[in-house]
Design a protein around this ligand. Structure first.
Ligand code: DAH
Length: 342
């Protein structure tokens, strides 16, 4: 066969083999077959020895251009196969950006946190500052300066966890009243203070040795019981609904005079009587009263010039009413099934 024809048929054969290859490996095999040591091309090159210088040059050029063309084709084919592989992979792994994302589990506030945050928000809007106090308190502030001297019988129902003879876990948030008054040095005050309190108590569905209260204290010239009622009414209407009514019943607390037990009209039955209010129409929620003159005097205030009211709300009680929870222990068990409902 003429050299030229041989090259032409080799070229056709090689092109066909490369065109038909569907894997990179097949392309490389074709390359070895047509350009490698045992290829027909190599055999052809061996015949160059017998040619004249001119014939050698001519054949050499033809072989070179055959080689270059084939090498280019091999490179292009390999590139095309690799591109196709990547494209197929991309097509199979296509991301649909319109699909809904994976939902991230975000936590939620504890029901007690929700209640006192709500009270904080309501009271802040009425000009109250939020105060804080320590949970380990001295007897002086927790009892004595609240008009509960040592040996006072009313201490009994609140006797707590003493750390030393004069230090205890606070039994109420009321000592924050004393701390606030002492710091204000005779100036008017208007604060609330949510926080934990501790009592020696038998734990059951409605009692716990640790629970939360929110104290309120307003002291200034001409503060009256009407202000107390209006303030509590505003808080409870915001918490439970605009038609809620507030009722005072006489009571006793050593640090207030007069003292009241505060009820609000049942937000479920609107006063008709239902299981929530025990057919009463009213729900008892907190203690309050006008700050006792002795308390004002001990804290450096002149009761003739300034008066005040105070209240103490049980946070758990409000949360239990608002969310319909019947066992106080649910708040402290950290059971996610319970907590995630709020
Ligand atoms: N500290 C009282 C208690 O724990 C609640 C209380 C009643 C607070 C009357 C007050 C108040 O500020 O005026 O039982």
């Amino acid at each position: 066969m003429e050299t030229e024809e041989l090259l032409k048929s080799l070229e056709e054969e090689a092109n066909l083999a490369i065109d038909n290859a569907s894997q990179v490996q097949e392309v490389n095999e074709a390359k070895a077959q047509f350009l490698g040591k045992k290829s027909k091309l190599n055999a052809l090159m061996a015949t160059m020895r017998d040619l004249s210088a001119e014939g050698r040059k001519e054949l050499g050029e033809k072989i070179n251009s055959f080689k270059t063309a084939l090498e280019n084709k091999v490179r292009e084919k390999i590139q095309a196969l690799e591109d196709a592989k990547i494209n197929a992979m991309l097509a199979s792994q296509e991301i649909d950006v319109t699909l809904p994302g994976k939902q991230i589990m975000d936590g939620n506030l504890h029901p007690l946190t929700k209640i006192y945050s709500e009270i904080e928000e309501i009271c802040s809007s009425m000009g109250f500052k939020v105060a804080d106090g320590p949970e380990v308190e001295c007897d002086l502030y927790n009892f004595e300066m609240l008009n509960l001297p040592k040996g006072h019988p009313a201490r009994e129902m609140q006797d707590s966890y003493y750390i030393t003879e004069n230090m205890l876990l606070r039994t109420q948030t009321s000592p924050v009243q004393i701390r606030t008054l002492l710091a204000a040095k005779g100036e008017p005050v208007k604060i609330i203070c949510p926080g934990k309190v501790y009592r020696r108590d038998n734990d059951d569905a409605t009692h716990s040795h640790q629970f939360m209260q929110c104290e309120g204290l307003v002291v200034g010239p001409n503060v009256t019981m009407a202000d107390l009622k209006g303030t509590l009414q505003t808080i409870f209407r915001k918490l439970f609904g605009e038609d809620v009514k507030v009722r005072f019943r006489p009571s006793f607390f050593p640090f207030t005079e007069p003292s009241v037990e505060v009820d609000f009209s049942c937000f479920k039955c609107h006063g008709e009587g239902c299981p929530l209010c025990k057919q009463n129409g009213w729900i008892e929620v907190l203690g309050a009263g006008m700050v006792h003159p002795n308390v004002l005097k001990m804290a450096g205030y002149d009761p003739e010039k300034m008066q005040g009211f105070a209240f103490g709300i049980g946070i758990e009680r409000i949360a239990m009413l608002k969310y319909g929870i019947d066992d106080i222990r649910n708040f402290y068990n950290d059971d996610v099934r319970f907590l995630k409902q709020f």
